[in-house]
Design a protein around this ligand. Structure first.
Ligand SMILES: NC(=O)c1ccc[n+]([C@@H]2O[C@H](COP(=O)([O-])OP(=O)(O)OC[C@H]3O[C@@H](n4cnc5c(N)ncnc54)[C@H](O)[C@@H]3O)[C@@H](O)[C@H]2O)c1
Length: 285
């Protein structure tokens, strides 16, 4: 293995059969530490970036060097996320955006390219849950859940494709759920919508791979965000989940953002079509 590095312009690690090109351009400080962010220079769109995990993903990607486009239906909280990034010295804009509306997607992509010149990363994070068993799920609840959680992801993957193709590649990260993999009570429409995200991710990974566009899904367990609504940590529903969670606690948004960061960065350059579970071990037992 050979590694050359000093000025930050000639870094290449050669394993004989594989040369890690993405190490090129690494910038070191005088102590020899890497001072570049893990997504330095990349442009990221995060849907549902106003609150909860989307807010956390936006902040983490910005802190690691990405220019961030925060989108959400919640304009006040969305503007606040973008402002926090700018206050920290990062680059961000907020765009009002309902992921279920096709025309708004094209506008988000166009505005992103206009502002920052390209799109490298799309995090399809926006989602809703309405707790109902199947027999109590109305067509209205079903359609609303599918529109945001499934159609929103479908439109995102579809609309961003030409921009990523033009840029020579990209990373799409679709937020599914453990409930896109295993069953649970009172979440019929949500589970169906998240299962669709899991398989759409694999379909897009196959179709987009030749364009160097990677598509992966993340499957969080129970994470402390506003989506949990009135569910207290000592509620029966949460206690029953924690009973099967190996790590015996609810997850924090940052713990999912760290997985987003991995998939957004070139460190995951050989990952596509994968499903990354971040659930404290819930689906293991
Ligand atoms: N929190 C959990 O335990 C958990 C577990 C697994 C998966 N997830 C998934 O993670 C994602 C983020 O969830 P969260 O817990 O941060 O939720 P949250 O409710 O805290 O945040 C969701 C965000 O999406 C936005 N949003 C809702 N509908 C939208 C729409 N039509 N268009 C654009 N934005 C919209 C909301 O305004 C909000 O800012 C969701 O897809 C959710 O299903 C959450």
């Amino acid at each position: 293995m050979k590694a050359t590095n000093a000025s930050g312009t000639n870094t290449n690690i050669d394993f004989g059969c594989v040369s890690l090109r993405y190490w090129e351009g690494i910038e070191l400080n005088q102590a020899g530490e890497n001072i570049m962010g893990r997504v330095e220079g990349k442009v990221a769109i995060i849907t549902g970036g106003a609150m909860g995990m989307g807010e956390s993903h936006s902040l983490v990607l910005a802190r690691e060097g990405a220019k961030v486009v925060v989108t959400d239906i919640n304009t006040t909280a969305g503007e606040a996320t973008a402002q926090q990034i700018r206050d920290e010295g990062g680059e961000a804009v907020f765009i009002e955006h309902d992921v279920a509306i096709e025309e708004q997607w094209q506008s988000v992509i166009d505005q992103t390219v206009e502002a920052y010149g390209k799109v490298d990363i799309l995090v399809n994070n926006a989602g809703i849950v309405i707790f109902k068993s199947n027999e109590n799920t109305t067509v209205e609840i079903w359609d609303k859940t599918m529109a945001v959680n499934s159609t929103g992801v479908f439109l995102g993957c579809k609309t961003v494709f030409p921009a990523m193709e033009k840029a020579g590649g990209g990373s799409i990260i679709n937020i599914s759920s453990i409930y896109g993999i295993i069953g649970a009570s009172n979440t019929a429409a949500y589970q169906a919508s998240k299962g669709a995200v899991r398989m759409l991710t694999k379909s897009c990974a196959v179709d987009y791979g030749r364009y160097n566009i990677r598509v992966n899904s993340i499957h969080p367990g129970v994470i402390r965000t506003p989506i949990l609504g009135g569910l207290e940590e000592d509620s029966e529903a949460i206690k029953s989940v924690l009973g099967s969670t190996i790590l015996q606690r609810i997850g924090e948004p940052i713990e999912v953002s760290n997985a987003v960061l991995l998939l957004a960065s070139d460190e995951s350059s050989y990952m596509t079509g994968s499903e990354l579970v971040v659930d404290g071990g819930y689906t293991t037992v």
